[in-house]
Each structure stands twice: as structure tokens, then as C-alpha cells.
Design a protein around this ligand. Structure first.
Ligand code: DLL
Length: 434
């Protein structure tokens, strides 16, 4: 289902023209309104007149999270504060918070792209959407909320947490769409099972899951357990929030809302733009934002671009499922490892519960990775030998897949902390003692 067919299925040439015009306007806007960008452009020896279209994108400077921190809180805003009607911020666990501001038009754009996202996941006027992303400075709750209102659905703004109440409401209010992080959805699936509520007795049809990396195996598990279609949605607060890109029911990449954001893939080391199809760091230039327009924002997320037409009829470029972040990548004894690879191995084997944690430590000068996985209740009550055999089996599979040995420890059911928002899968103790 399209929300805005003209934009979602626009012929490439037309899309490019639209992007050219919008990019030119954005570059002028930041040059004239944001001293920080003016200086960056001047130091590269470029003026707005040098940018004639998206072919000139690579002439523009990159923006990184540190730039937002250096200009904290409002230094990159391109409008006076009186024009800003909403402020969100990142949780800021490391360093200063990142503050983002929206004009009325930006909020309108955000509702539009989230409406497209929800419609492509099959939601509409008849849907009852339970929004269990956090409401607050995090963009998840409000982003999904405005999109859901735009499509005319019945919105339940429950926010994250209070899982028992979530289930009660899901059942009593007839929720058809659940919006939350995949790790929270898994927690809810588990709690439903425990409460003896059969998901097929609910009205739930689809889940709009994102805000954290999750594997295909995790999607399969969620779809099976909840009996739903699970759709991957992507976004980041700096660029807008949820809705920057999202899957259609083909589940073969996430369509970027290209009339608002231009994606590029670069080599994170050399910063060179990579050819279509190659994996690298995802970069976005916003081309309609008024409050906080960003030139070539480096997301640190790893993906690739696919410009082929999708079976759903949308022509918008697709990004591949985010496999991790450059700063989430663990380097263990020289081998690059993403938590999502480990998740895939564990869930594909399927002999354990889908809850795990990765602990990395240093013993002497050697990196040691330990993977804790929860046993299912049945396994927990089984013989010790069977548990040891399974530990061996997982260890072998991890070694085959990653080319890296890891300690595997099967732990008691429910002993790994559940997440109501973004899950913390990795505890890296290597830097703590330095
Ligand atoms: O997480 C916005 C969002 C809310 C997206 C709800 C989807 C649903 P931030 O808190 O700024 O914004 O975090 C952005 O989260 O750079 C990715 O690393 C990660 N991320 C977001 N969506 C996905 C996804 C929101 N679908 C950061 N798959 C991004 C993998 C994701 N990672």
C-alpha cells in the first residue's frame, strides 16, 4: 500500500531533478544561515554556486556527531529558535547530548514519511497502533505517533515499559500494529507466552520494529512467535528520527525517502564514495529540513545501496539491513565481529532462548570473548551432558562463521536483563581498566 505513490514510485530522472533543486536550496540555506557550515565550506574553497546538483555532492564537507557537540545546543540550527516548535535529543551516554530541532514544516515532513512507512507495512485507518517506543526526548514515540495520526489510525500512545499493561492493552484494545524495538517485541512475546496468551487469539498483524540492529533470524523468530509481519524501520534523530528508510512487505531492503534525504555510501577510512552495491558507512544529506539541515551526515551505520526497482513498485533506492555500526564493531584478536553476526548464529541454531549477551575482556594481552546465552526452560531441566554438548555445538558454529574462538556459557532462563528500549548486547571490559 502506498501513501504517496507519486513520490514513492517516481521515475529516477524526475527524482534526480527534484533532488538537484532541493540540494541547491539546502546548500544556500546552510551557507547563509549557519556560520559553522559557511566556515567549513569556505575552508574547502567552495561556494553555494559551485553546487549545481547531486553530481556535486562529493564537493561538500561531511558532518559528524562531534560537529553537533561542538555547536551544542543550537549552533547548527538554520532558523531562529522562534521558528522551532520541537526539540529532541539523544540520550548522550558518551559526551554531550545531541540536540535536534524541528520547524512546523519539519514536523509535517516527519509525519508524511512515517505515514509512508506505516502504509507500506499495511497499516491504515482501520489499524489500532500501539506505540511502545519511548515518548520523550527520544524520537521513536513521537515520530511513530504523528505518522500514525496522519494515516488516521487509532493511536495508543503507551510509550515503553510496563510490560504487563502493554499485554493487557494489546488484548483488550485490539491492537493490530505494534511499534517498538525488536528486543522489546521479543520480551513481549516471551511475556505473552508466560501469561498463557496465545498470540493467534490477538488481533496483532504487524510490527514496526527498529532503532537497533537486529538480524534476519531475529525477524523470523518474532514473526513466528507473534504470528505477524515484522517490518524493519530505520532512522536517526540527527537526520529526522524514525522513517528515514523502511521496508515494504517484500522485505528486501529499506526504501529511503529520497525526496527528503540523499544517501551515499563511503569508505569510513578513506572517506571515498563507494560504488552502488558496496558495503560501507551510510551518509545522508537532508534536502528539505529547515530547522537542522545536515550536509553529508556520517551515520556510522553500515549498509549498501540498491537502485534496482523493487517488486513492490517503489523506485526509491533501498539500503540493505544495517549490519552494525562502525563503532559497534568489535575487534577481537584482529578479527572484526558485529554482534548481529553472533545473533544470527545463535538464532539459526535455535536450541536456546533468543536472549544473549557478549562479554569481551582482556586476559594478559589476549582478547577473550564470552557469549552468554539463555537456556530454554526445557533445556535447563535437562541433563548436564546435553547442556555441555550444546555449548560445544554453539562454540563450533561461532568458530566456523566468524573464524574466531569464543567461550560459550549457557545461563539460566531469565538471567539476562530484558530491554524495554534499545538492548545493550555487548559489555566490553577491555577499556575499563586502562
Ligand atoms: O533510533 C530513531 C528510530 C526510532 C528509528 C524508532 C527506528 C525506530 P537514534 O536514537 O538517534 O534514533 O539512534 C539512531 O539507531 O544510527 C542506528 O545505529 C540505530 N538504528 C535505528 N534504526 C535501526 C534499524 C532512532 N532499523 C541509531 N536497524 C542509528 C539497525 C538502527 N539500527
Amino acid at each position: 500500500m502506498y501513501w504517496n505513490q507519486a513520490r514513492e514510485c517516481m521515475p529516477r530522472e524526475e527524482m534526480q531533478k527534484l533532488q538537484d533543486a532541493r540540494l541547491i536550496k539546502t546548500v544556500k540555506r546552510v551557507y547563509h544561515n549557519v556560520p559553522y557550515y559557511r566556515e567549513k565550506m569556505q575552508s574547502k574553497g567552495i561556494e553555494p554556486g559551485d553546487i549545481k546538483g547531486i553530481g556535486d555532492l562529493s564537493k561538500l564537507p561531511f558532518t559528524i556527531k562531534q560537529d553537533l557537540r561542538d555547536t551544542y545546543p543550537y549552533g547548527l540550527f538554520a532558523v531562529p529558535l522562534s521558528e522551532i516548535i520541537r526539540i529532541h535529543a539523544s540520550s548522550g551516554t558518551t559526551g554531550k547530548q545531541t540536540v535536534v530541532g524541528y520547524t512546523r514544516k519539519d514536523i509535517d515532513t516527519w509525519a508524511e514519511i512515517m505515514a509512508r512507512t506505516l502504509a507500506s507495512a499495511g497499516a491504515g485507518k482501520e489499524s489500532v497502533i500501539q506505540i511502545a517506543y519511548g515518548y520523550g526526548l527520544f524520537t521513536g514515540g513521537f515520530g511513530a505517533h504523528y505518522g500514525a495520526e496522519r494515516i488516521g489510525a487509532s493511536v495508543i500512545p503507551i510509550s515503553g515499559g510496563n510490560t504487563k499493561r502493554q499485554m493487557q492493552i494489546m488484548k483488550d484494545f485490539g491492537t493490530t500494529v505494534l511499534a517498538c524495538t525488536p528486543s522489546y517485541a521479543m520480551y513481549m512475546a516471551e511475556e505473552l507466552e508466560e501469561a498463557g496468551i496465545d498470540p493467534s487469539s490477538l488481533k496483532l498483524k504487524s510490527g514496526i520494529f527498529g532503532a537497533e540492529p537486529w538480524s534476519v533470524a531475529m525477524r523470523n523468530e518474532l514473526e513466528k512467535r507473534l504470528g505477524i509481519l515484522a517490518i524493519d524501520i530505520y532512522g536517526l534523530s540527527e537526520v529526522m528520527g524514525p522513517g528515514v528508510a523502511s521496508e515494504c512487505p517484500c522485505k528486501c531492503g529499506l526504501h529511503v525517502q529520497e525526496d527528503h534525504f540523499i544517501p551515499e555510501i563511503i569508505d569510513p577510512e578513506t572517506q571515498e564514495v563507494l560504488p552502488h552495491g558496496e558495503k560501507g558507512e551510510l551518509v545522508f544529506t537532508t534536502i528539505t529540513k529547515e530547522g537542522l539541515p545536515l550536509l553529508r551526515y556520517r551515520t556510522r551505520d553500515i549498509s549498501s545501496l540498491n537502485y534496482e526497482k523493487c517488486d513492490c513498485g517503489r523506485t526509491n533506492v533501498r539500503i540493505s539491513r544495517i549490519s552494525g555500526r562502525t563503532d559497534d564493531m568489535l575487534i577481537i584478536r584482529g578479527v572484526n565481529v558485529f554482534p548481529s553476526q553472533i545473533e544470527n548464529v545463535l538464532l539459526e541454531l535455535g536450541d536456546t532462548a533468543p536472549h544473549y549477551q557478549i562479554i569481551v575482556n582482556k586476559v594478559g594481552s589476549l582478547d577473550v570473548m564470552e557469549i552468554w546465552v539463555e537456556m530454554t526452560q526445557a533445556l535447563f531441566s535437562d541433563e548436564v551432558r546435553r547442556i555441555e554438548d550444546l555449548e560445544k555445538k554453539i562454540r563450533k558454529e561461532i568458530e566456523n562463521t566468524l573464524g574466531l574462538s569464543a567461550k560459550v556459557k549457557l545461563v539460566e532462563p531469565k538471567s539476562i536483563q530484558r530491554s524495554e528500549g534499545k538492548a545493550k548486547r555487548v559489555i566490553d571490559k577491555r577499556n575499563l581498566d586502562q
